[in-house]
Write a protein that binds this ligand. Structure first.
Ligand code: GSH
Length: 203
């Protein structure tokens, strides 16, 4: 059976969401952190980067959350998988875009807003980090002005991956300025599988 390593409060959230979308039977191995580091040797054995998440799918061992989701979509088939080469290209494109163009900026904002020790948070730094997200969010806004979903005429792994990266932006008031992105993110997170994954993460 598929084993997903990582607590839902880590990037394992993205994989748990995907597994829920696909209706896969899976076991979650709730590996967490000690002083921000993953010290569990079971995880070290699977991921030499010592980061969450990792999976062991009956001997297929993988790390990198968004790559794991592409693998699961491909293996499971169905509507979340690409139906042709063009859709495949867009699934890869938006997954890599999310990791490379969006995540560094959204992580920086999430850090300033939620993760920095409370006494050290300041409005100026939060606003600067929010401004840092403007360029990639504009790209998404323009794209979603022309289509409802990123890779196809339906929700696919591309949406799951990009929306998974944007999780913290559910609490970003400035998203109102990017109304198409907000509408898309709300539609992604209204899905029953997303609600189940959020429940695991938020309780
Ligand atoms: N690009 C990786 C990033 C993995 C990652 O940074 N995971 C964090 C938890 S969300 C982690 O395990 N951090 C521990 C550390 O940095 O030592 C992915 O998407 O899977």
């Amino acid at each position: 059976m598929l084993k997903i390593y990582g607590i839902a409060q880590s990037r394992a959230f993205r994989v748990l969401w995907m597994a829920e979308e696909l209706g896969l039977p899976y076991e979650q191995v709730k590996v967490g952190f000690e002083n921000m580091k993953v010290v569990d040797p079971r995880l070290h054995a699977l991921n030499p980067n010592r980061k969450l998440p990792a999976i062991d799918d009956d001997g297929t061992v993988l790390f990198e959350s968004l790559a794991i989701n592409l693998y699961l979509a491909d293996k499971a088939g169905g509507p979340l998988r690409w139906a042709n080469a063009a859709e495949a290209g867009r699934c890869y494109q938006w997954s890599l875009w999310a990791a490379n163009e969006m995540e560094p900026k959204s992580q920086a904002w999430g850090y300033e807003k939620f993760m920095k020790p409370e006494g050290q948070r300041d409005a100026k730094a939060i606003a600067a980090a929010a401004e840092g997200m403007a360029a990639p969010l504009s790209v998404l806004q323009t794209t979603l002005a022309g289509r409802s979903w990123l890779a196809a005429d339906r929700f696919t792994v591309a949406d799951c991956n990009a929306a998974g990266v944007l999780y913290r932006l559910l609490w970003f008031e400035g998203l109102a300025k990017f109304d198409k992105v907000k509408d898309w993110l709300d539609r992604c997170y209204a899905r029953p599988a997303a609600l189940r994954a959020r429940k695991m993460r938020e309780g």
